[in-house]
Design a protein around this ligand. Structure first.
Ligand SMILES: Nc1ncnc2c1ncn2[C@@H]1O[C@H](COP(=O)(O)OP(=O)(O)O)[C@@H](O)[C@H]1O
Ligand SMILES: [Mg+2]
Length: 336
């Protein structure tokens, strides 16, 4: 993964240093940063009924210090693009016991990590099946080097002696790419896009202009069910720290795959229209999903960025509001 250098002036607000780290980490008191709230474990048990879910939709997205990184477990069986991705135990605020998680180090400018968190908040609000626990972590550079190995470690990940990571609960499913060899994976993805779950992902990708939906970024959970992961590249790679998110007529990766399958004969006109209708159906939830999570997105951005958070928040939420508005998807897809 290419990692641009950190932008001065947009350092993250990191990180709570008390209580003492559980894993012998260096303290992360960074210049010109505010402290993040820590992960005080609550008693919320792990179930997903409506009232708990509602409660969780008002909880702030966790930004955690090194004390939350309990232990490195092992490498991933099937790596994606990021060579730092690994399995570790992470302690999340709502879960007293450590949770087996997939952890990856990201650009210290926090753009990709914020994109992951924004997507995770929206997916949960829209009722997707998604990893139940997720967090942005700030680890000491020493800890990050120890985890990846000094030789393999990319020093451009470090800013102010700190490394930013994305952690999400490890689900017991492999990606489509890991599950099916070669071109079979592409065919399976097209098959899944015809299902309700697949079309739900395609609708999400279109709204957030996800430019990185490939078969490594969809977990295969059954013949007609799948789970989206890896949302670093929503907003079409656009850098909302540097400027507005431009309205784009480009299709998301999912819609491109759908159109290509139709053009190439892998999807009939009926199947093509059916996917678009399913996407429109799911899009009816988008406005209320955004309303349910937008305060959490605002708080997340305010906690992560020292300067400019109001501007970033406006860029993100105005883009999302336009594309989650009623009938936006019909217009986008030309469904009458
Ligand atoms: N929450 C998760 N549960 C199970 N497997 C995951 C999870 N997140 C990632 N993975 C696995 O790790 C791989 C790499 O993760 P991903 O987020 O796609 O990072 P990247 O592609 O940037 O390396 C995925 O292809 C998938 O196999
Ligand atoms: Mg990936």
């Amino acid at each position: 993964m290419a990692l641009p250098a950190a932008r001065p002036g947009h350092a993250v607000r990191v990180v709570r240093v008390a209580p003492p780290p559980r894993v012998g980490a260096a303290n992360l008191r960074l210049a010109n940063t505010r402290l993040l709230p820590g992960d005080v474990p609550s008693r919320e048990p792990g179930c997903e009924n409506f009232s708990r879910r509602k409660q969780s939709m008002t909880t702030e997205f966790p930004l955690l210090g090194e004390h939350a990184y309990v232990a490195y477990i092992q490498k991933l069986d099937s790596m994606g693009a990021n060579s730092t991705t690994h399995i570790a135990e992470v302690r999340y605020p709502v879960q007293a016991a450590p949770v087996l998680s997939v952890v990856k180090f990201l650009d210290p400018n926090c753009l990709a990590a914020s994109n992951e968190a924004i997507a995770w908040l929206f997916l949960r609000a829209a009722g997707f099946v998604a990893p139940r626990h997720a967090a942005i972590l700030a680890l000491s550079a020493k800890k990050a080097r120890d985890v990846v190995g000094k030789k393999a470690f990319d020093e451009s990940l470090v800013t102010q002696d700190c490394v930013i990571a994305w952690a999400s609960q490890k689900l017991d499913f492999k990606s489509i790419r890991a599950y099916f060899a070669g071109t079979r994976a592409d065919a399976e993805w097209i098959g899944l896009l015809r299902t309700l779950h697949g079309a739900q992902i395609a609708a999400f990708d279109e709204v957030f202009l996800n430019a990185d939906r490939n078969t490594g970024n969809v977990l295969y959970s059954g013949r007609d069910s799948c789970i989206p992961i890896d949302h670093e590249q929503i907003f079409d790679h656009q850098d909302w720290i540097g400027g507005n998110i431009m309205a784009s007529t480009r299709d998301s990766d999912s819609l491109r795959v759908i159109k290509r399958a139709y053009d190439g004969g892998a999807l009939s006109l009926g199947a093509y229209n059916d996917i678009k209708n399913k996407m429109v159906h799911h899009a009816q939830q988008h406005e209320s999903a955004l309303a349910a999570c937008k305060d959490q997105i605002s708080k997340l951005i305010a906690k992560v960025f020292k300067d400019g958070s109001a501007t970033f928040e406006e860029r993100i939420l105005s883009f999302a509001a336009e594309r989650t508005a009623e009938h936006w998807m019909e217009t986008r897809l030309g469904v009458v």
